[in-house]
Design a protein around this ligand. Structure first.
Ligand SMILES: C[S@@+](CC[C@H](N)C(=O)[O-])C[C@H]1O[C@@H](n2cnc3c(N)ncnc32)[C@H](O)[C@@H]1O
Length: 259
């Protein structure tokens, strides 16, 4: 196994553990309610205000067929379908997450489906979806290849809604790539001839990170008492990291609407 494969395997194992434990954790439930406004077992940076902003931008309706990439255990897809009437298909590569999503939504099968799949090998037939949603999931694939595949899978007039955060890790990284039309996602979209509009959520990600730092003393013992400290530690590493990147002017977050 080479380094890249080992890192990928570690991430897959981590997410398997996350979706095995988080949906049953009372501490995680309350953490999500505090940080995101509602527990949808989120593991990205999108709170409920950002979810509603996304729905406002996409204007989905019953006539839409939506693909959600990296849907986890499906609570966000479920929320979107309930709110808009759209048919939503969720995809994630963690089988236990997809099993939970399918079990929970049996009675909504006409408009909610979920399958195990890898973002790197999407092979839905051409023109299947009127919209694709990607909430903090485009980091796990070759952007250029994925955007090319998504473009083919979209019906004429279809759209993509994506929340995307970029951190510059290296001193010599080009800070102009933090501009919404210069990020790696923007570059991949432009390369495929796709036009887009963006909304800036950079400061919102700083505020979310600071909130997590503030409530940490209250939540740390609760996660520890459940033997779920790994859930807390992961959140803290991310919040401390993102707050630091923001303060150093090395983080951006945008909502992209692609047409
Ligand atoms: C940062 S979490 C975001 C989850 C969710 N969209 C949210 O905002 O709460 C990334 C999600 O992508 C999934 N994922 C990571 N790599 C993937 C891949 N190669 N194929 C499919 N899903 C993947 C993870 O299992 C996880 O559910």
């Amino acid at each position: 196994m080479n380094d890249g494969q080992r890192v990928s395997q570690e991430m897959y194992d981590w997410y398997t553990r996350y979706y095995t434990r988080a949906p049953h954790s009372a501490a995680h439930h309350d953490f999500c309610e505090r940080v995101y406004g509602k527990d949808l077992c989120q593991h990205g940076y999108m709170d409920m205000a950002q979810l509603h902003a996304l729905l406002n931008v996409l204007q989905l309706s019953e006539s839409d067929h939506v693909l959600e990439l990296g849907c986890g255990c499906g609570l966000v897809a479920d929320y979107i379908s309930d709110a808009t009437g759209a048919r939503v298909h969720g995809l994630d590569y963690i089988p236990t997450a997809i099993e939970q999503a399918n079990d929970r939504t049996r009675e909504k099968r006409g408009r909610l489906t979920f399958t195990v799949g890898d973002i790197n090998t999407l092979d839905f037939p051409p023109a299947t979806f009127s919209a694709v949603i990607a909430i903090d999931t485009l980091y796990f694939s070759d952007l250029n290849d994925t955007i090319g595949r998504l473009k083919l899978m979209l019906k004429p007039g279809g759209q993509i809604g994506a929340y995307y955060t970029l951190m510059l890790w290296n001193e010599d990284d080009d800070t102009t790539t933090l501009q919404p039309d210069r990020t790696p996602l923007a570059t991949a979209l432009t390369r495929h001839g796709l036009t887009f509009q963006t909304w800036d959520y950079t400061r919102a990600e700083y505020d979310r990170s600071r909130l997590i730092q503030k409530i940490a003393p209250e939540f740390q013992p609760r996660f520890a008492a459940e033997d779920n400290l790994f859930l807390f530690e992961n959140r803290m590493i991310e919040a401390n990291g993102n707050a630091g990147f923001y303060e150093a002017g090395r983080l951006c977050r945008y909502l992209y609407q692609v047409r």
